[in-house]
Design a protein around this ligand. Sequence first.
Ligand code: KIV
Length: 272
Amino acid sequence: MSIKSDVRKITTNTLQQMKQNGEKISMLTAYDFSLARIVDSAGIEVILVGDSASNVIAGHETTLPITLDQMIYHGASVVRGTSRALIVVDLPFGSYQGNSREALNSAIRIMKETGAHAVKLEGGAEIIDSVERIISAGIPVMGHLGLTPQSIYKFGTYTVRAKEEAEAEKLVADAKLLESSGCFSVVLEKIPSKLAKKVTNELTIPTIGIGAGPDVDGQVLVLHDLLGITHEFNPRFLRRYLNLHDEIKGAISKYVADVKSLDFPNENESYN
Ligand code: KIV
């Protein structure tokens, strides 16, 4: 089943307009058709098919193992469930670093095989050739600076980035470089609020924060964290809106008990 409708779609221009008008942008991850449908119908502007699928869907410790084929599977599922939001798909680790030709091929596969609207890459100056080559093919690119989980083994920890002057200066320079290369937006992950505010004020493209405080142009969270499915992950920046872990577990325990006690199925739930 695919969702088609006449609703006004969100584009990269919409996001630019929102920044200019001071209207905040909401972004959430989704990885499958059913949840994308709910997220889209709730009025989110941007759905990110994040490589966090590697953690929350596949159960890996890091985002490194997820493959381009797997990201394409998730991306295509989300596209089928979405009629309004702008859909951005992460280029996974190993599909764009160090080789701009391969980066372009990866981005083209995402666009052709999923129907998504844009791709996201992690990093600044070190991946700028890939960013430029993808943009020159007409594919919109979202940048991602600060804590970049694909580089976790370089950082060694998931703590706040760019607290030191030198790293903060590089982050500001990288953000400007991504903007001048044509990125339509930049994610700022887990950096001090003051630095995120400075970057946001100095860029004309929208910044989307996660653990970057309130003075950015929009916010993003991982859907499974917001819903309380990943209940053991408790960073300071996360606001949980539900405790689905307990709700789902409770419902399933009740089902198990009903099956065992012969309460399910009853006569109304059976065919004559
Ligand atoms: O993969 C992801 O979910 C992300 C967000 C945390 C921004 O990149």
